[in-house]
Design a binder for this molecule. Structure first.
Ligand SMILES: Cc1cc2nc3c(=O)[nH]c(=O)nc-3n(C[C@H](O)[C@H](O)[C@H](O)COP(=O)(O)O)c2cc1C
Length: 517
C-alpha cells in the first residue's frame, strides 16, 4: 500500500490552506474540551527521574558543524539513568514556568505547533546503571518514567527497523510518538503534518544533546509500524510512532538476547479531554497507507532513499547570484540555548547581517545522522529577504551544492512574506522568512506515501537546528510558520528577527491566544 502514493497526494491536496478555506472555515476552538498536555497511566505507578543530571555544555556552533561523533569517545562514556534524564530533559522536558494572573505556562525544551505538545517520548532500554531493562514512557510534567514492559526488547526493536545494528549496539533507543487528538483539536486533519514538524524539533534537540555528550545517534524513520506501536502499548487509531533514535551507537558491546514477541496490552490512561474526542479519518488513512509491514519492506524502503534523482537547480530565471560567507561565530553552550529559548512573538524590523544569514544557511549543509537525510535531503530552501545588510531584498533560492544564494524575484516585499504565512504580522516584520519546499511528486514516486513523513520531518529538524544557530549567534530568536496558500509543493517556513520582544510574546500567551499555524 505504501507504494501507491495517491494517498499522500490526496491528503496533501485536501488539507492545504487556501484563501477560501482559511476564510470560510467554521472550525472553532472548544476550550472546554482542550486535551491535556500530558499522558498519565491510571493504574501503573511511575518512578521519579534524578534531577542532578549532567548538562550538555558543548558550544552549539561547533556541535552543529561537527560531522560525526568519534566512536572511541562514545565507547568510553558512562551511560546511566542520569545521562538518560538529561537527554529527556533537554529534548522535551519542562524548562521554565511562566506565571500569569490566571495560571502558569510550562515552557518546554522544544517548541510545538499551537503549544499543544502532541509528541510523547518512550525508551527501550537494556539494564543501565539506575534503570532496569524495559520499555518506558517519559512524562515531562512529573519528570518520571513509567515501566510498560520489563526486559530487554532491543533485538525485537532492531528487527522491526530492518534488522538495524545501531539499535542492537546502543544501550537504549528513544522513540517519539504522536497523540493525534492533541493537535487535531485545533488543526483538524491538517495536524498530521505537525506530527513530523513537532517531532523534528524535539529530535533536533535530542541529537544535539546526545552529540554534546559525545554519543553517536541516528534518526530512523523506516520501521514496521504495527510492531513498534504494539511494543509501546499504544492505543491503535489514537497514537502512533514517528521516529526511533538509538542513543550511544557502539556503546553496548554484548548482543541483546531474543525476547518473546510481547502480547497486546493497552494500559488505561487518564482521558485527555473532558468530552468526546473528534476523529479525523484522513489522518489515519494516510498514516496506515504510509506504514511498512515487514522487516523486508523496511530494508527495501530504506535502500530506495538514495535512488531519488533530484534535478540540478535551474539556472534560468536567476537574476543575480552571491556566495554565502559563513564565519565562525561566538556561540553559547547548548544547555543555555535550550534553557533560554522561546518563540518570538514580535520582531523589531531591524536588519540582520549578511554574515548571520550565511551562518544559518551554512548550518543546513551540515550532516544530520538519519536513515535518509545523510543519504539525500528532501528539502530545498527558499527565502524572502526583507532586511539583510548588503543584500538586495527579494525572493531567493539557496543552492546548497555550491553555497550560493540566487535572486529569483526582486519584486516581493514584506507583504508577500506575511501573505504567504497566513498574513501573520510576525512574518512580514521578520528580516528573513525561510520556506522549506519539497518536490513531493518526485519523492513520493520513489518512496511511496512514507516519503511524505520524511519531507515533513526533515523540515522540523531543520527548523529546530536553525533555532540553535540563530539563538546562539545573535542572542535573538525566531519563529516558525505554516505553508503558503499558493504553493503546489509542500512547505514549512521559519523566520528570523532583528530582535525579539519578550513582553509581546508573554502577553499573547496571557490572552490565551496562539499562532494560526
Ligand atoms: C513547526 C512549528 C510551527 C509554528 N508555527 C507558528 C506560527 O505559524 N505562528 C506563530 O506565531 N508561532 C508558530 N509556532 C510557535 C509555537 O506557537 C510555539 O512554539 C508555542 O506556542 C510554544 O511557545 P514557545 O516556543 O515560546 O515555547 C510554531 C512552532 C513550530 C514548532
Amino acid at each position: 500500500m505504501n507504494e501507491d502514493s495517491k494517498y499522500a497526494l490526496k491528503y496533501h491536496e485536501e488539507t492545504k490552506h487556501s484563501e477560501f478555506n482559511i476564510r470560510s472555515s467554521s472550525h472553532y476552538l472548544d476550550w472546554d474540551n482542550k486535551p491535556k498536555a500530558f499522558k498519565f497511566y491510571s493504574k501503573i505507578p511511575s518512578t521519579a527521574l534524578p534531577v542532578d543530571f549532567p548538562t550538555p555544555d558543548q558550544n552549539v556552533v561547533t556541535m552543529i558543524d561537527t560531522v560525526q561523533v568519534s566512536s572511541s569517545v562514545s565507547a568510553n562514556i558512562d551511560i546511566d539513568i542520569k545521562l538518560l534524564s538529561s537527554l529527556l530533559f533537554f529534548s522535551s522536558g519542562i524548562t521554565r514556568q511562566i506565571k500569569f494572573p490566571h495560571g502558569k505556562y510550562l515552557m518546554r525544551a522544544a517548541p510545538a505547533t499551537g503549544a499543544l505538545y502532541p509528541i510523547e517520548v518512550y525508551i527501550v532500554s537494556k539494564n543501565i546503571n539506575g534503570l532496569q531493562a524495559g520499555i518506558y514512557h517519559f512524562c515531562p510534567g512529573q519528570f518520571t518514567v513509567t515501566i510498560l514492559r520489563e526486559g530487554d526488547y532491543r533485538l525485537l526493536l532492531a528487527e522491526a527497523a530492518g534488522d538495524n545494528d545501531q539499535i542492537k549496539n546502543s544501550p537504549f533507543t528513544i522513540i517519539l510518538t504522536s497523540i493525534a487528538w492533541r493537535n487535531a483539536w485545533k488543526y483538524q486533519a491538517r495536524s498530521y503534518r505537525h506530527w513530523f514538524w513537532d517531532s523534528g524539533v524535539i529530535a533536533a534537540n535530542l541529537i544535539a544533546t546526545a552529540m554534546s555528550f559525545g554519543l553517536d545517534t541516528k534518526l530512523i524513520l523506516g520501521f514496521v509500524d504495527k510492531v513498534v506501536n504494539n511494543m509501546l502499548c499504544l492505543d491503535e487509531g489514537k497514537e502512533a510512532s514517528v521516529v526511533l533514535a538509538p542513543i550511544g551507537i557502539g556503546c553496548s558491546q554484548e548482543k541483546p538476547k531474543k525476547t518473546e514477541y510481547p502480547s497486546r496490552f493497552v494500559p488505561d490512561i487518564v482521558p485527555l479531554s473532558k468530552n468526546k474526542e473528534i476523529e479525523y479519518p484522513q489522518i489515519w488513512e494516510l498514516h496506515n497507507a504510509s506504514s511498512l509491514n515487514s522487516s523486508e519492506e523496511v530494508r527495501k524502503w530504506t535502500d530506495s532513499v538514495p535512488m531519488i534523482q533530484f534535478q540540478e537547480p535551474e539556472k534560468a530565471g536567476i537574476m543575480e547570484s552571491k556566495q554565502i560567507e559563513p564565519r565562525p561565530a561566538i556561540s553559547q553552550s547548548l544547555s543555555n540555548v535550550i534553557l533560554l529559548r522561546g518563540s518570538t512573538r514580535k520582531f523589531s524590523r531591524q536588519p540582520i547581517a549578511f554574515e548571520q544569514l550565511s551562518n544559518i544557511l551554512y548550518s543546513l549543509t551540515r550532516r544530520i545522522n538519519s536513515d535518509f537525510i545523510d543519504k539525500k535531503s528532501m528539502i530545498d530552501i527558499y527565502f524572502i529577504a526583507n532586511e539583510v545588510s548588503n543584500l538586495q531584498s527579494g525572493a531567493y533560492f539557496f543552492n546548497r551544492r555550491d553555497n550560493s544564494i540566487n535572486l529569483l524575484n526582486s519584486n516581493v516585499n514584506r507583504n508577500t512574506s506575511g501573505y504567504l504565512c497566513l498574513e501573520q504580522p510576525l512574518f512580514s516584520d521578520a528580516s528573513v522568512v525561510f520556506y522549506m519546499m519539497a518536490n513531493l511528486k518526485l519523492i513520493l514516486k520513489t518512496l511511496g506515501n512514507r516519503g511524505y513523513r520524511l519531507c515533513q520531518f526533515e523540515s522540523g529538524i531543520i527548523a529546530g537546528r536553525w533555532r540553535f544557530r540563530i539563538r546562539s549567534a545573535s542572542g535573538s530568536n525566531c519563529s516558525a510558520s505554516m505553508p503558503s496558500p499558493t504553493r503546489r509543493r509542500t512547505s514549512c517556513s521559519g523566520s528570523i528577527p532583528g530582535s525579539r520582544s519578550c513582553s509581546a510574546r508573554e502577553s499573547s500567551r496571557a490572552a490565551g491566544t496562539s499562532s494560526a499555524s
